[in-house]
Design a protein around this ligand. Structure first.
Ligand SMILES: [Zn+2]
Length: 219
């Protein structure tokens, strides 16, 4: 139903406003990328990377959750409706933590609190209120309608991506990297260890290599 173009690792973000501590895009699929926008959950070093509506839609655009046209429209909206933009950020953060709770419980075979499911269903119903089936150039398809100027649209798309994950059978492929990020291990042998081999994997492999080398010279 809803696909993004991101299928491989993304290592670099576009530098904006001189901010060098940009949120990594790792996670393979939008939902896990979304959960990874909060690092070090449950520790004193916890960090949220989505603090403003601008940061959220910029990130959505970079992971291809929204297209350029939608991004441009939402950029205009956020200046026109400052308070609504701020309240949308709170909704985004609450929804992200709700999805984390839901996925964490399913991954660890723990019971899901009914309030968490209620919250998911509530946003999912909101999103469904803007989806319908229509005849398109590609045949009968589910399409969005009345989404212009809807600041919650990127969040609705994310919720539909979550629905897709829950019903895809991919839940069992979710793994946690040493850095705390979640990723989807689609390798044939299920032996992937890092969220991004070119960032997390390389330092670990380099360290292991030098340790082996050091042991080799000591013996
Ligand atoms: Zn990692």
């Amino acid at each position: 139903m809803i696909k993004t173009n991101l299928t491989r690792f993304t290592t670099h973000r576009i530098l904006r406003y001189g901010n060098v501590d940009l949120c990594p895009l790792d996670g393979d699929i939008p939902v896990l990328q979304f959960l990874n926008t909060r690092r070090n959950r449950g520790t004193g070093a916890a960090k949220n990377y989505l603090n403003t509506y601008d940061e959220f839609i910029t990130w959505c655009y970079e992971i291809r959750l929204i297209d350029q046209n939608t991004y441009n429209k939402l950029c205009t909206e956020r200046y026109r409706y400052v308070n609504e933009a701020a309240s949308n950020v709170n909704k985004v953060i609450n929804a992200r933590e709700m999805l984390y709770e839901l996925i964490y419980c399913i991954m660890n075979d723990e019971p899901v609190h009914p309030a968490t499911l209620d919250e998911f269903n509530w946003i999912n119903n909101k999103a469904n209120g803007h989806l319908c089936f229509a005849i398109t150039a590609y045949g009968l398809q589910e399409v969005w309608f009345n989404i212009d100027e809807e600041m919650a649209f990127p969040l609705w798309r994310m919720i539909k991506c979550a629905e897709e994950l829950f019903t895809s059978g991919d839940m069992k492929l979710i793994k946690k990297c040493q850095c705390g990020s979640l990723f989807l291990d689609r390798t044939k042998n299920k032996n992937r260890r890092y969220c991004n081999p070119s960032t997390c994997g390389s330092p670990s492999r380099a360290k292991a290599y030098y340790q082996r080398k050091r042991r080799g010279t000591l013996i």
